[in-house]
Design a protein around this ligand. Structure first.
Ligand code: NAD
Length: 337
């Protein structure tokens, strides 16, 4: 199955971003100074843009802000309500996509993966999905993805993603892992910059589920946030870090806990994001490793950086003929230059 081909990043590899909201726009900014990956395609709910020579991040962001879609870009923009399907067909040069899409409903990302399989496109897909049940749906597509020649890396944001990978690394000191505790602090100045992220977080609040949160109008979200002073505090979330660490053979999922606080009115983090990995060493000592993200790093930096690091790793796997489904806990991300 594997060949000895490798990916050279001497010339920029053409990549795309699906979803151009908070994370999609940050992704375009992250890629702008990079020479190994070039953003040539972007899609949102109302259109897509493609430019083989490279899309300009500022132009995409400004046009999206003015007209609500990158499809309104003069050179290379197309308005469409089937933007993902049309872009896959229109941009055969794209070798990898970051899926910065809302997973609303909870089956949406799996349906996008099926769309790629059905299209005959071959390449690398990376998502930053959060729910365990959403990753489980992708597991069911494992052999279809492999047969289609797609290398799909799931759970490659911050949590799951960066912190899950850090837990996998920290586990190496121990003979047995007793607990993995992830606590995140997110500060965003304005919830409307990350509508899907906030709705998906609300879906974890008592009395809510994914469908109820999805159907809230923007006014209802704002009214709900008014009652909490803009804060969303979450405990024992259904987060895919658990299944990813279990699949990687590191720890049973019931020993992984995720919770955190999101402040939707303040760019400053309400607490420092960290993962604590407690285990027993071969000598019988119990200890805890803690990995804490710098408070100055934004959610967007901690999601988009890893997502493209995993996309680069995925491109190398793909070039070697290694297809199928992988998670952020089993592959080391590469650094994109
Ligand atoms: P957003 O609401 O700001 O933007 C969503 C974008 O997707 C919009 O541009 C919208 O037009 C587009 N879109 C919606 N339906 C579409 C369709 N059918 N076809 C094409 N485009 C479509 O979203 P966001 O806040 O940037 O979040 C994106 C995702 O990232 C969410 O699912 C969120 O859970 C995830 N996320 C993950 C992490 C992590 O650490 N793993 C952290 C934050 C966010």
């Amino acid at each position: 199955m594997s060949s000895n081909r490798s990916t050279s990043f001497d010339s920029p590899v053409p990549v795309g971003v699906l979803g151009f909201g908070g994370l999609g726009q940050a992704a375009a900014r992250v890629l702008a100074p990079k020479r190994e990956l070039r953003l040539v395609a972007a899609a949102d709910g109302k259109g897509y843009a493609r430019r083989v020579a490279g899309l300009d991040a500022d132009t995409c962001i400004n046009v999206y802000a003015q007209s609500g879609t990158v499809g309104a870009i003069e050179a290379g923009g197309v308005l469409s309500t089937q933007s993902i399907q049309e872009l896959i067909e229109a941009a055969p040069e794209v070798r990898g996509y970051f899926l910065a899409l809302p997973n609303l409903p909870n089956t949406f990302m799996a349906s996008v993966a099926r769309q790629f399989v059905a299209s005959g496109w071959k390449g690398v897909l990376v998502d930053a999905m959060k729910r365990t049940s959403a990753v489980e749906q992708l597991l069911e597509l494992r052999s279809e993805l492999a047969e289609a020649g797609i290398t799909y890396l799931t759970g490659c944001g911050a949590t799951p993603g960066l912190l899950t990978a850090a837990a996998a690394l920290a586990a190496q000191s121990y003979a047995e892992i007793q607990a993995v505790e992830i606590t995140f602090g997110v500060g965003i100045a304005n919830w409307e910059a990350y509508r899907a992220t906030i709705r998906e977080d609300i879906a974890h609040m008592p009395g809510y589920d994914v469908d109820r949160a999805r159907n809230l109008s923007d006014e209802e979200v704002a009214a709900l946030l008014d009652t909490t002073d803009g804060l969303i505090s979450l405990e024992n979330m259904e987060h895919a870090d658990d299944i990813m660490l279990e699949l990687a053979g590191i720890v049973d999922r019931d020993r992984v806990t995720v919770g955190g606080v999101v402040d939707t009115r303040n760019a400053r983090k309400p607490l420092s994001t960290n993962v604590r990995v407690t285990g027993r060493t071969f000598e019988g000592k119990t200890s805890t490793h803690t990995f804490t993200l710098g408070d100055e790093t934004s959610m967007a930096a901690n999601v988009c950086g890893p997502a493209f690091g995993y996309l680069k790793a995925g491109l190398e796997l793909h070039a070697r003929g290694i297809y199928g489904l992988f998670t952020a806990a089993e592959i080391m991300p590469k650094f994109v230059r």
